[in-house]
Structure formats: structure tokens, C-alpha cells
Design a protein around this ligand. Structure first.
Ligand code: PNS
Length: 166
């Protein structure tokens, strides 16, 4: 039996929905590793070191006072190998809709085939049920207000990343 779980994702950038899932998962497990994973199917907007820092600051800004959360990065290789390395038998995934389940189910099945790592799906808080990193980036890049979806530090990081691109 393992009481360690891994919450993986691109977190590009972390949203209030992600932070909500992390806070809830941290209440279910003795140890939670939030892992910023390089997803080859996506082009990252923010470097992984920045994404890690935004998660760290975001947990503080959101008032999540869990001392059992570790934040890490996985720049290559299988997620299940990371799970084995840290002794985790469970992956945490948030889901907002059937589309998320369609996307997540094959990954959950493969991860179980590969290393008997189970996926646990936590339903999104309805308040964040439509919030995604890609929508946040799009709205922000078009001048929209994203303050209801991300922390202040993420807003600052998006502003500085868009200023650097100009
Ligand atoms: O936030 P995302 O981009 O939807 O997260 C997807 C992620 C990073 C969790 C997924 O792409 C992943 O698990 N990548 C690690 C590589 C891996 O283990 N692939 C094989 C099993 S899916």
C-alpha cells in the first residue's frame, strides 16, 4: 500500500482549477507530488522552472497550507517511471467534462498496463469547470481579464512573457 500520489500536468500556466485539485488531493494522500511534465504534443509557453515557481507561489496565494506537497519536474521519460521512483501508486487527474475523460482514459489504461499505477479522477469544482490553461493564454493574449482563473503571479508571468516576445 502506498499513500503517495502524483498530480502531473503541463501546468502552462497553473490555473485556480489546478490549485483546487491539488489542495483536495493533498487531503487524501500523505504525500502529493505535483509534477510539471513536458508534453511533446504541446508547445510550452513558459519554461518548466517558471511553471514550478508559479505553482509554489500559487499554493501560497490560494492559501493552501499543505506541508505534504512537493513540486517537481519531469522533462522526459515515462510518468510511471517517476511514480516508481518516488513510490507512488496513484495518479491524480482533474476532470471537467466527458472530453477530459476521453483524453485521459487511454492514458490511465496505459499507465496501469505499464506499471500498475492507478488514476484517480477528481471532478472539477464547478466554479472552474470550463477553465483551461490554453483558454487563459488565449483570453490574456487578446487583452481579456483572466483574474478569475489564475493567481496574480500567473498574470504577472503572462505579462512578462508576452512583453519578452515583443
Ligand atoms: O496537462 P496535460 O498536458 O494534459 O498533461 C498530460 C501529461 C503530461 C500528464 C501526459 O502527456 C503524460 O503523462 N506525459 C508523460 C509521458 C508518458 O508517460 N506517456 C505515456 C503514458 S500516457
Amino acid at each position: 500500500m502506498s499513500s503517495i500520489a502524483v498530480y502531473p500536468g503541463s501546468f502552462d500556466p497553473v490555473t485556480l482549477g489546478h490549485l483546487d485539485i491539488a489542495a483536495r488531493a493533498a487531503k487524501l494522500f500523505a504525500e502529493l507530488h505535483i509534477v510539471v511534465v513536458h508534453n511533446p504534443a504541446k508547445t510550452a509557453s513558459l519554461p518548466s522552472a517558471v511553471r514550478i515557481e508559479l505553482i509554489r507561489e500559487g499554493l501560497q496565494e490560494a492559501g493552501v497550507r499543505a506541508n505534504n506537497i512537493k513540486i517537481d519536474t519531469l522533462d522526459g521519460g515515462l510518468l510511471v517511471d517517476y511514480c516508481t521512483m518516488v513510490g507512488a501508486r496513484a495518479l491524480i487527474k482533474g476532470f471537467r467534462s466527458n472530453a477530459d475523460l476521453d483524453y485521459e482514459l487511454p492514458m490511465a489504461q496505459v499507465n496501469r498496463d505499464l506499471a500498475d499505477v492507478e488514476s484517480i479522477f477528481l471532478p472539477a469544482n464547478p466554479q472552474y469547470g470550463y477553465v483551461s490553461s490554453s483558454l487563459v493564454k488565449q483570453v490574456f493574449s487578446l487583452g481579456g481579464d483572466v483574474s478569475g482563473y489564475v493567481t496574480k503571479s500567473v498574470e504577472r508571468a503572462l505579462a512578462s512573457s508576452s512583453a519578452n516576445r515583443k
